[in-house]
Write a protein that binds this ligand. Structure first.
Ligand code: FMN
Length: 433
């Protein structure tokens, strides 16, 4: 192992039925249970038994009505769901996505401070800027604010949230029945923030979170996204299609982090990894091909259109992939846009070929194989400067999560890449941050 900073981080994405869009139709999926809190609690407990670092919930604040026929959408609000999971777990980290474009920092600081208290110091906030135009219509806006506006707001948003968490000093809570002093008013401070986007007087209305600051997570790899990460993030959920691209991204973000005056080790980079595990390679391939029969190509076109901000339904599925402009002109997800651009510049594909070959996991790394084969890829990415760990997305929740936990995690442990027990009390301690 060439890494000296210890061990890999494993962040498990929770999905209703699985990360594959056809997973809800698979024979193993108990579709009547995918919105049952017990389903999520069971997965969380299994993940904790396998010593996974954290659970992660993505989120969206709008729904495309014509997409609902093709499968489950985001369901429960992430902090609500993670609070219910916190009640039945003790060690595993709990990371929720919450948008900086459609919330207020005071609410967000309070929500994550609450989850941190409820879970005994296990909360993390994935601060996303949101790139879907439709979302603006749910918040009284005609247009999604521009990419640069959203990122400028996100910077100030994060700044205010941090100030609010810090507004209670560590020893502000006294709770002395004899003197009658509950909290020391000299140690709780109004923040008097006055900026471009926010004016916030307050101290926070809840005492300092157990972690001090819940873990900050970022997803979005445009120039502005990387700068936001370099300044604030401790984990990055990123989408990388090849090891070469992942290494470049890794070096770039670590260098930007150092430029911000932070240690490069203080930011951990976790590429998304979609997995299907089989006892044999043939079995894994068989499952992958079953799933690909169950996915809907119309749904894939919708997801590509949403993430790139371009309507692909007007193009023929068997025509060559349409010409794309430069990614910096895109107001949607520049990360996904750039990745698609890289793929279609490398390979001559029709839209249908692109969608079936590369869009299963929205262009993220996908592996169907045995535990050893999957661990080989993870080890290579981890030991050669492409990743500090992974955001793992089993393509099937029913059975598929267990396969990863029961087969791949022990293989990583055998190789000394992943620890066997939690050593810290909080997520921050367990991550070594
Ligand atoms: C891997 C990944 C996961 C993301 N997850 C979410 C999410 O769950 N919810 C959301 O609103 N935005 C999500 N985003 C969007 C980003 O926060 C950001 O708004 C978007 O990618 C545009 O920024 P970019 O141009 O830097 O990519 C995600 C982005 C990436 C790359």
């Amino acid at each position: 192992m060439s890494k000296t900073n210890g061990r890999m981080i494993l962040n498990l994405m929770l999905h209703n039925a699985g990360s594959h869009r056809g997973a809800w139709r698979h024979a193993s999926t108990k579709v009547e249970e995918i919105h049952d809190i017990k389903h999520f609690q069971r997965l969380a407990q299994k993940a904790e038994a396998a010593r996974i670092d954290s659970l992660f919930l993505a989120d969206g604040l709008s729904v495309e009505v014509k997409a609902v026929q093709h499968g489950p959408i985001f369901g429960f609000e992430p902090l609500t769901l993670l609070s219910a999971i916190a009640a039945v777990t003790e060690n595993i980290g709990l990371i929720a996505t919450m948008s900086t474009s459609f919330n207020e920092p005071y609410n967000v600081a309070r929500l994550f401070a609450s989850l941190d208290h409820i879970s005994g110091g296990r909360a993390g906030w994935n601060m996303v800027t949101t790139g879907v135009q439709r979302t603006a219509h749910n918040f009284g806006m005609e247009q999604l604010p521009s990419h640069s506006h959203r990122y400028a707001r996100a910077q100030e948003f994060a700044d205010v949230v941090l100030k609010l968490w810090d507004s209670w000093e560590e020893d502000a809570l006294v709770q002395d029945k004899v003197s009658g002093i509950y909290a020391n008013a000299n140690k709780v401070h109004d923040i008097h923030h006055q900026g471009t986007y926010f004016t916030v007087r307050g101290a926070l209305n809840i005492m300092r979170p157990p972690q001090g600051r819940p873990i900050l997570v970022q997803a979005g790899a445009s120039d502005e996204g990387k700068n936001l990460a370099a300044r604030y993030a401790e984990l990055i959920f990123t989408v990388q299609h090849t090891i070469e691209e992942a290494r470049l991204f890794y070096q770039d973000v670590k260098a930007r982090t150092a430029k911000e005056g932070r240690s490069p080790g203080s930011i951990k980079i976790l590429p998304g990894l979609h997995v299907i595990v089989g006892a044999t390679e043939a079995e894994a391939r068989e499952k992958a091909s079953e799933l690909s029969e169950l996915g809907s190509i119309e749904r894939s076109v919708m997801s590509l259109s949403n993430l790139l901000g371009i309507d692909f339904s007007v193009y023929g599925l068997d025509d060559p992939f349409p010409e794309l402009p430069e990614s910096t002109q895109v107001n949607a997800y520049q990360t996904f846009y750039q990745m698609v651009l890289n793929i279609v510049q490398r390979e001559q594909l029709t839209l249908r070929e692109f969608l079936t070959k590369h869009w299963i996991g929205n262009g993220q790394l996908c592996i169907a194989g045995t535990a050893e084969q999957i661990a080989d890829v993870m080890e290579e990415w981890y030991t050669t400067g492409a990743a500090d760990g992974f955001s793992v997305m089993p393509q099937l929740s029913f059975g598929g999560v267990e396969d990863f936990l029961d087969l791949v995690v022990p293989e990583l442990q055998r190789r000394g890449l992943f620890p066997e027990s939690y050593t810290g009390r909080t997520l921050r301690e367990n991550l070594g941050l």
